[in-house]
Design a protein around this ligand. Structure first.
Ligand code: 3HC
Length: 721
């Protein structure tokens, strides 16, 4: 896209420099260099008294151009001028220039954008501007002086909060804190900024250099305490992350040794953070999230999503009521259909309870609750289905039942109505087998609880029309989900890729490794819960049913254990009845269940796979690898079969669907960082010792041998999509 940095010198002697780099006026290196050039020119020109810097099209700047990070992270380009921006541009060219600068901020001033504004001698903003330093969410730290100037403008406590939480603030709060000097209407922005700049020249307003200020900083002793407290918080809440601590190091250096020394420290730690694995992971997640709707073969068609106004949900169980909740929360009218009044009332009750929990938490007013609830209408027949644009079927996983519902839907809905199913296991071609509407049949696979989990797998068959895909993708976005398009196979993308997660853990238990140790290690590594705690949450009944699907579909690579059936036999159903691998109190807090020792021992004896009958000795790293590498292996199969259109889809799906730690970048990104060669060699070793469950697939072996990343596109295999 065309970019420019333009300068316009007015008769009043103010040079207005405008950054124009759509869509968010990001500060790519070439943009920063052009900005520097304009500043040098403005400072040299006799007809310029002061400078105003602003962004085109109502946005100041979204910060440094994030798309330039991956190349640096792969070593394809060094950081070059990026490391000099803080001193060379922000300090020497802008802040210390003889002519004053004022930032005219509309829309966004994030990251490097806000850092540029803070290098100016004043900031004028529009009421809706958003100001923040969200760099930490990308695994990096502010690198253009933000760690120094923000504490000097708003005080240490608030600055640390804004940085550690990557949380922007609006103009009004900025004004109260001292980050913004004046708020004006958008039409007055440039006039007000020009005037402020001239007032600095004439001495009516002070010329303030943020880096030199100390008036907002706490005393040294107090500042050290605040930083110490923040460090302890980071270590407790994000023990696997180092960049928040690096950020605090830079802040502390500035508080102790002055802003300039702090800026030098910041540049040093910024350079290290940019190439860290956490930054690689989080930057990957940033782009992966935005790439899911750019589907090759569909995006080029230029189809516009049709308007969906009314949706019918068939089935008011846990999933159905969660889906209804997600829809009405985004303002959709919904018909909830059940087979009898009792089930209908239960379903509506669940929707009500979902919303009431928001009211209780203060996230929703009573008035909004009533308005939202009024969007759902109950139905016991298909009489009103002619009025709906989309149906989401969410009944139990029974093929005959789904087939009969879909043939009813075909009879009762308009011919342009989209017919979707929330099935997580059944082949979509079977679901629609008794209809002639295959082109408008599609999977809408929500994750439980559907009104909370952010992922929506959109499953297409080879007959689903592109228009229907575009429509459902748009609906997904409208209800604040990240829609990921996947192909039709057992478990689709997420459940399929993660089925070895539990199986590997079960094998480790049969090998003699303590289940609570396994869960603790996996949790410390970054998953929200270990495989045994997850099994309890999902429930043993569901676990057995889903497990059977995988055993049927992929018999070459399953591990079958007696542990799960034995637990079921002992009436341990998981969270559902308060006892599984853990015991649960009324608040659902889990604690180990010593009484399962015998069940575990029995399973170990039945399996008979412990080396020489003794428990396997493993390190924590072995545990992580023996559980996560089989997951990588299955991800490779999903890539090879083109169940997803791009590796980044699997990354974001693993993060949003399974809670894979985003700072590890998603399953494929992480595997590329660890190295396919290492992963394949470990899997081969375990295959020899424990069988084909671990056997690396052809795709993984091939990529390991060729040195090509797993995430690199596949060129020659037949698509399943
Ligand atoms: C040295 C410095 O300290 C380092 C830095 O400045 S690092 C950058 C710090 N800035 C950020 O983290 C902001 C990141 N961006 C965002 O949070 C959001 O994109 C936003 C709030 C700016 C806009 O959100 P929204 O309007 O919903 O649009 P969104 O879809 O996210 O972005 C629009 C497009 O701009 C791109 N974009 C957004 N910010 C970008 C950035 N800083 N660099 C490059 N591209 C960016 C997105 O990738 C997207 O591209 P696409 O249309 O091709 O997918």
């Amino acid at each position: 896209m065309a970019w420019s940095v333009d300068m316009d010198v007015g008769a009043d002697g103010v040079a207005v420099i405008t950054i124009n780099n759509p869509p968010v006026n990001s500060l790519a290196i070439h943009v920063l260099l052009a900005l520097k050039e304009k500043y040098i020119e403005a400072n040299a020109r006799d007809d310029v008294k002061a400078i105003v810097v602003t962004g085109a099209n109502g946005r100041f700047s979204g910060g440094f151009d994030i798309s330039q990070f991956p190349k640096m992270q792969e070593g394809g380009s060094n950081q070059g001028y990026l490391n000099q921006v803080s001193v060379d541009l922000m300090i020497e060219t802008i802040e210390e220039a003889k002519k004053p600068s004022v930032a005219a901020v509309a829309g966004l001033a994030l990251g490097g954008g806000l850092e540029l504004a803070m290098s100016c001698h004043a900031r004028i903003a529009t009421p809706k501007a958003q100001l923040g330093l969200p760099e930490l969410q990308l695994g990096i730290i502010p690198g253009f002086g933000g760690t120094q100037r923000l504490p000097r403008l708003v005080g240490l406590t608030k600055a640390i909060e804004m940085m550690l939480l990557s949380k922007p603030i609006a103009s009004e709060e900025g004004k109260q804190l001292g980050l913004v000097d004046e708020i004006v209407a958008p039409n007055d922005l440039l006039t007000a900024a020009r005037q402020w700049a001239l007032d600095i020249v004439s001495g009516k307003k002070p010329r303030l250099s943020s880096l030199q200020r100390t008036d907002k900083l706490e005393s040294l002793g107090e500042a050290r305490e605040i930083i110490k407290f923040a460090r302890a918080q980071v270590k407790r809440t994000a023990p696997n992350l180092t960049h928040p601590l690096l950020c605090l190091d830079a802040i502390e250096e500035g508080v102790v040794s002055g802003g300039y020394a702090g800026a030098l420290k910041e540049a040093e730690v910024f350079a290290a953070a940019v190439v860290s694995d956490n930054a690689k992971g989080l930057v990957n997640v940033f782009f992966a999230q935005r790439a899911t709707t750019k589907v090759p073969g569909i995006a080029e068609l230029g189809l516009k999503p049709r308007k969906i106004q009314k949706v019918a949900v068939v089935g008011g169980g846990l999933m159905g009521s969660g889906i209804v909740t997600a829809l009405i929360l985004s303002g959709y009218s919904v018909l909830l259909k059940e087979i009898n009044d009792k089930f209908l009332q239960t379903g509506l009750g669940r929707v009500k309870a979902n919303l009431q929990s928001r009211v209780k938490k203060g996230k929703m007013s009573q008035e909004k609750f009533e308005k939202t609830m009024s969007l759902v209408t109950g139905a016991l027949t298909y009489d009103d289905f002619k009025s709906v644009d989309l149906v989401i079927e969410a009944v139990i996983e029974n093929i005959e039942l789904k087939q009969s519902i879909f043939s009813d839907l075909e009879k009762n809905c308009r011919t342009d109505c989209i017919l979707s199913t929330n099935t997580s296991t059944i082949d979509l071609n079977l679901v629609g087998a008794k209809t002639r509407s295959q082109d408008r049949i599609i999977g809408a696979h929500f994750f439980s609880p559907a009104h909370i989990m952010p992922l929506l797998e959109i499953v297409r068959t080879d007959k689903t029309s592109p228009q229907v895909i575009v429509d459902l993708m748009a609906l997904g976005k409208a209800i604040k989900k990240t829609p990921v398009l996947v192909g039709n196979c057992t478990g689709f993308a997420v459940n399929r890729v993660f089925f070895p997660y539990t199986m590997a853990a079960l094998m480790l238990s049969d090998l003699g490794v303590d289940i609570y140790r396994i869960d603790n290690v996996i949790k410390s590594w970054g998953m929200p819960m270990g495989p045994f705690r997850l099994t309890d949450l999902v429930g043993f009944g569901v676990g057995v049913a889903v497990g059977a699907q995988f055993v049927n579909s992929f018999p070459d690579r399953v591990y079958i254990t007696h542990l799960i059936p034995n637990m079921l036999e002992a009436q341990r159903l998981g969270e559902q009845n308060g006892k599984g691998f853990y015991l649960y109190d009324e608040k659902r807090k889990a604690r180990p269940a010593p009484e399962i020792k015998d069940i575990v021992k029995q399973s170990q004896a039945d399996a008979g796979i412990m080396p020489n009958g003794k428990p396997l000795a493993v390190t924590d790293q072995d545990i992580v690898e023996m559980i996560m590498f089989p997951v990588v292996n299955e991800a490779c199969r999903v890539l090879a079969e083109k169940i997803v259109v791009q590796a980044s889809d699997l990354d974001i799906a693993s993060v949003l669907g399974m809670g894979f730690p985003p700072y590890r970048g998603g399953i494929v990104c992480w595997a590329d960082i660890v190295g396919p060669k290492y992963i394949a060699s470990r899997l081969n070793t375990w295959t020899k010792a424990y069988g084909d469950f671990f056997k690396p697939c052809a795709f993984l072996e091939e990529r390991a041998a060729s040195g090509v990343k797993l995430s690199a596109p596949i060129r020659d295999s037949k698509s399943r999509l």
